[in-house]
Design a protein around this ligand. Sequence first.
Ligand code: OOG
Ligand code: MG
Length: 297
Amino acid sequence: MIFLFFGILINPPSLIHEPCRARTGSSKQTRRFSLVTNNLESLATILHEARKAAKPIPQISKNLSSLTRDDAYSIQEKQWQFRQAAGESLVGWKMGLTSEAKRRQMNLDSPLYGFLTDRMEVKNGGVFSLAQSIHPKIEPEIAFLLSRDLQGSVTRAQVLESCAGVASCMEILDSRYDQFKYFSMEDVIADNSSSSHFVVGEWKKDFRDLDLRHLQMKMSVNGELTQAGISSDISGDPVISVIELCEMLFQRGQILKAGSVVLAGAATTAVELKPGMKVKLEVDGLADVVLSVGGMR
Ligand code: OOG
Ligand code: MG
């Protein structure tokens, strides 16, 4: 696997730029497409294996700066296919870098998304073991549960009409890259936008009286406040994260399906997880969400 990775890095395939040519047909072009696919698939395999083994890898853009954003989402989608083949099911999506605090912390400039599977969910009040993680962090978010499909360009009112519940939520991030560092948006997107796990509080179904733009959010570790923000720190309004996700998915030929959970992005910077931590998020008007950290790294 290491040889495969360095093989790709030493001989960065200019082919990676040309996925569309494949669809035009001649045998030469078909071959080209299969080479492209193989390269993106190899990168997806490397990231997938790094996650499973909890062993970080060098940032893929370090020697492959030609990777496009579309390539990066293709790598992400391939990892979803590997996980689906292993029996995982899609439960929703996470938006990331929707707050200024996070963009500054990660030195990147625009929102991105990743997929969430059933195996990434940790029960509220449960224990998260560090055994299978590389360098996990946790961050305070707000989640939405959709009751209807949403597609393409949608309004705030349409999102709210299609929403069955709102909840406080914490996302656990774990970059598969050395030192939790990236060189580009493409690195992060290819790595499923650093998503590792998530924990959602009880869904509030009658959320219509809540002003979703003005909810105080407080995350504490072992009773001590560490992160404080307001829901408007997330995209100016967390509902806008759902609107943006819907548009971004549409550009990749996908829709936001009924039943999906959507994490709107963190309101503050993330906190490194250490054994023995008890992390709690309190959001105005929503039920608390709590997680304990166990296991060794
Ligand atoms: C990228 C993912 C950011 C958020 O909520 O802003 C994210 C990262 O920080 O590694 O999930
Ligand atoms: Mg997040």
